[in-house]
Design a protein around this ligand. Structure first.
Ligand code: MN
Length: 713
């Protein structure tokens, strides 16, 4: 176990301005709180946090990260508390340690690949400060390095987690060395036979072909020297796991794999990267489609490099990565490069990404236009700024959009659960259904038998799934109400002609109209898909007054040319008897507006388009739609009575919409078909007289302009 002096020396080597007293205090704090605890290996427990701190010191990280590493298991595994840590080491460290603790607490059970992706997201989501993830990754790395102490089953579980979550996460963070080591350690547990055989193949290959790496390295150095480029060349065999993965992906045997060797050329400046590439391409054959320029198109985690694959005379292919020293540092440490120190100062590596900007830029990229591969990678990470992740009582991770509420959570689990929601608990506390959820909360939904989706839920349901399910359920409820409504309408309509709407009469009407049954007829009547007129006519055609002496709607307006067609404006829906004016539209004929319609203002300066019109006098058929906006009490039967009143006035309901539904009242828009403005006034007078109608007005679309002033000209 590294002693406190050793750790401080390690840190001081890259950061002379380190606060050794603080690190020593953290070391002492951790050692005291973990006193007496032992690891599976039998080592004192504190050896683990120290090893984690050492890994991070090797990455040249700042004091706060090192201290967090020393304390990372204290809140979870000892009696130390958040406030103690905050008191001794400051808020910054306390927040970091708390972040690591939260990640540790996550239930990483049942690892489906899809869930693993969720969990990777959750990791980032719960870690506003990416240093939390750096510590967690170092923690996992040390645990994997010492995994032999665990029993075989636990080893396999940990190795799976590492392969599914931690290794890809290290890759996303741009820490390639860590990704490779984690993968290799997990591979050793999960498939040690495959790993062994790949290592053996490398040994055989070396026996047969000699030291290929050394030969090619020397060749490249010579080539670059001759071109006058100052550069370092490193060669290496790929890690067994990445060779194995390529074999799996390409379904190819080991000997046919092209890139089991990788070479790196590290230059002094960017200019030399391209010159080195030229020199290498002149000497060896470039393999088509394998060249990528990450210098002009850096990855979002800051990675820059030129990639190319070349083949020699023997047809063997090798991969070459060319980059500068500064780019190389970012390639190795990724996002961590931002916090690293050299010679006592934060390294000003021009290529290191600022993690905060990195996070926010992912969102911008999401809205951006570029769609190359790197962009797609970035989009996968987009989630943590606009998603929240919560837990079900079973420990499942539920992913929701930002602003999601308890009701969204309920429907995200299951529509049936959502529909029966009566309340909910967040972190064990009863909360109203409109409560917005935050990352990492545990949520429990309380259900009740007989509970049904409420229209008011739509006001705070945000997910498509919840909203659709609520609307569907409301439509079913509406269907029942429409049926009741249809019954009322039929009763009123038949009474009007002195008949009764018995089941038998309704059956006959349904049959004559070609409808399935009586229920269907009533539902359609209630939802205004058919009108009472046609239902009555289907049974007593002789008792329904004929339309003979009514004015044809085609000739209802006087003042048009022979060939001019007209249409009632939908903004003001003028009725016969109201003062009107026509506006000509090329190709659309004449649109008839009420003289006080706001829309007419737009045509003020186009007097040639105005036509003087008036309605034909005499009896019009009830075909002119008008919309009423009314608020009625939510008493059983009120809606039915309203419909009866409308029916008695011989007006058809052609549409009915609930615009607002509160427990004690409904607001709705009813479209009725009327003869003329007198008919409208009569209907409104009757409706207003009903004590359950609390407000009533004719609804017209208005535009946001000054009211039109009627001229008397
Ligand atoms: Mn740990």
């Amino acid at each position: 176990m590294l002693k406190v002096e050793g750790l401080n020396a390690l840190v001081r080597a890259y950061n002379p301005k380190t606060n050794s007293q603080r690190i020593s205090a953290a070391y002492k704090f951790g050692q005291e709180f973990h006193a007496g605890q032992v690891r599976y290996s039998g080592d004192p427990y504190f050896a683990h946090p120290v090893a984690v701190a050492e890994i991070l010191a090797e990455q040249k990280l700042d004091d706060s990260t090192i201290i967090t590493a020393l304390l990372h298991d204290t809140i979870e595994d000892t009696t130390a508390s958040y406030s103690e840590i905050s008191q001794y080491f400051g808020e910054e460290v306390a927040i970091l340690v708390d972040g690591v603790t939260k990640l540790t607490k996550l239930q990483l059970s049942s690892l489906e690949t899809k869930e693993a992706e969720n969990l990777r997201k959750l990791f980032i989501a719960t870690s506003k400060d990416l240093r939390v993830i750096l510590v967690k990754l170092a923690d996992r790395l040390h645990n994997m390095r010492t995994i032999k102490a665990l029993d075989p089953q636990k080893q396999i579980k940990k190795a799976h987690e590492t392969m599914e979550i931690y290794a890809p996460l290290a890759g996303r963070m741009g820490m390639q060395w860590m990704r490779e080591e984690l993968e290799d350690l997990a591979f050793k547990v999960l498939n040690s036979n495959a790993r062994q055989s790949i290592i053996r193949r490398f040994i055989t290959l070396q026996k047969d072909a000699g030291d290929v790496i050394h030969r090619i390295t020397m060749d490249m150095r010579r080539e670059l020297e001759q071109a006058g480029i100052e550069a370092k060349v490193y060669g290496r065999a790929k890690k067994p796991y990445s060779v194995w993965r390529k074999m799996e992906e390409k379904k190819q045997g080991f000997t046919r794999l092209s890139d089991i060797y990788g070479f790196r050329v590290i230059t002094e400046d960017e200019e030399d990267c391209y010159r080195a590439l030229g020199a290498i391409h002149r000497r060896w054959c470039a393999v088509p489609d394998r060249f990528v320029d990450y210098i002009s198109q850096p990855k979002s985690n800051g990675y820059r490099s030129l990639h190319s694959t070349v083949s020699g005379q023997d047809g063997k292919m090798v991969e070459v990565q060319i980059r500068t020293h500064a780019m190389h540092e970012v390639a190795e440490t990724g996002v961590a490069a931002h916090w690293s120190y050299r010679d006592g100062v934060r390294v000003e590596n021009p290529f290191a990404v600022n993690p905060v900007k990195w996070i926010s830029s992912l969102n911008e990229q999401f809205e951006g236009q570029e769609d190359h591969h790197e962009f797609l990678e970035a989009v996968k990470l987009e989630m943590y700024s606009d998603r929240v992740f919560c837990f079900s009582p079973k420990g499942d991770v539920i992913e929701l959009p930002q602003c999601a509420t308890l009701i969204d959570f309920a429907f995200a689990i299951h529509s049936k659960l959502g529909s029966r929601t009566a309340g909910g608990k967040v972190d064990g506390v009863r909360m109203p259904l409109w409560t917005r959820l935050k990352n990492g909360q545990s949520v429990e939904i309380i259900t009740a038998e007989g509970q049904k989706p409420q229209a008011s839920w739509l006001e705070f349901a945000t997910t498509g799934k919840a909203r659709t399910a609520i609307r569907l359920a409301l439509r079913d409820l509406d269907r029942n109400r429409f049926k009741k409504l249809g019954k009322e309408l039929a009763r009123a309509a038949f009474e009007n002609i002195g008949r009764k709407s018995t089941d038998k009469v309704l059956d006959t009407a349904a049959k004559n109209l070609g409808l399935e049954d009586r229920d269907m007829l009533l539902k359609m009547l209630g939802s205004a898909e058919i009108n009472t007129h046609s239902v009555v006519k289907a049974v007593y055609s002789d008792l329904v007054p004929s339309d003979v002496d009514e004015i044809s709607p085609l000739r209802a307006v006087i003042g048009l040319e022979q060939d001019q067609s007209f249409k009632r404006a939908t903004c003001c829906s003028p009725l016969p008897g109201e003062r009107i004016v026509g506006i000509t539209h090329r190709g659309k004929g004449v649109v008839v507006h009420a003289i006080d319609c706001d829309v007419l203002r737009q045509y003020e300066n186009e007097s040639r388009r105005w036509i003087d019109l008036h309605w034909q006098s005499g009896t019009h058929p009830p075909v002119y739609g008008a919309t009423l906006l009314m608020t009625i009490g939510n008493d059983a039967g009120v809606l039915g009575r309203i419909c009866t009143l409308i029916g008695e006035q011989k007006a058809n309901i052609s549409n009915l919409n609930f615009t607002d539904r509160k427990p004690d009242f409904y607001q709705m828009q009813i479209e009725v078909e009327l003869r003329d403005v007198t008919h409208l006034h009569a209907l409104m007078a009757v409706l207003e007289a009903d004590s359950d109608v609390s407000s009533l007005e004719r609804f017209r679309k208005t535009v946001k302009t000054r009211a039109f002033v009627e001229s008397d000209a």
